[in-house]
Ligand binder design. Structure first.
Ligand code: FES
Length: 161
């Protein structure tokens, strides 16, 4: 059988056709990394906008219902999101998501000590601002932003989620 003319004009060994040069491989890695970076950026931007737009307002408690150093459990923004409302002083209320930022165990208020405690791995958070004081949690507790309207407290959004 006679070989086609193009094969004699452009002789390429079959084994070499699958060969990838370093430049081609580097280009592939660069394009793949760029694609992943853009994809992650897109997910981040979308999640930020969705969160800020989607928070409902929720009446959490009447001021008189929570004594000084008292705690009330509520769910915000959804029924599967437990949060703690804590009255740290006569006119000071703070609220945080109750899931630890380490592995999502429930944190427990230690109001007299000014801390929130995660018993799973001895994580501690400050009651004033939710910052990590000790242990493995990587981030502060998500803070529920409260608004006081007369004698009622409303949750309006979450910061740091
Ligand atoms: S889950 Fe809270 S410290 Fe690990």
């Amino acid at each position: 059988m006679r070989e086609p003319a193009w094969r004699t004009d452009f002789p390429v060994a079959t084994g070499d056709e699958r060969m990838v040069t370093r430049r081609q491989f580097s280009r592939f890695l660069l394009l793949t990394s760029l694609g992943m970076f853009v994809g992650n950026l897109w997910i981040l931007v979308r999640s930020r906008f969705r969160r800020s737009a989607a928070y409902p307002e929720l009446r959490v408690a009447r001021v008189a219902d929570v004594p000084v150093q008292g705690v009330k459990l509520f769910h915000y923004p959804g029924p599967d999101d437990p949060c703690l409302l804590i009255r740290t002083a006569e006119d000071t209320f703070v609220a945080y998501g109750q899931k630890c930022t380490h592995l999502s165990c429930a944190v427990l208020p230690k109001v007299a000590e000014g801390k929130l405690h995660c018993p799973c791995h001895e994580g501690w958070f400050a009651i004033d601002d939710g910052r990590v004081l000790q242990g493995p949690p990587p981030r502060p507790l998500p803070r529920v932003v409260l608004e006081r309207r007369g004698e009622e407290l409303f949750a309006v959004r979450i910061e740091g989620a």
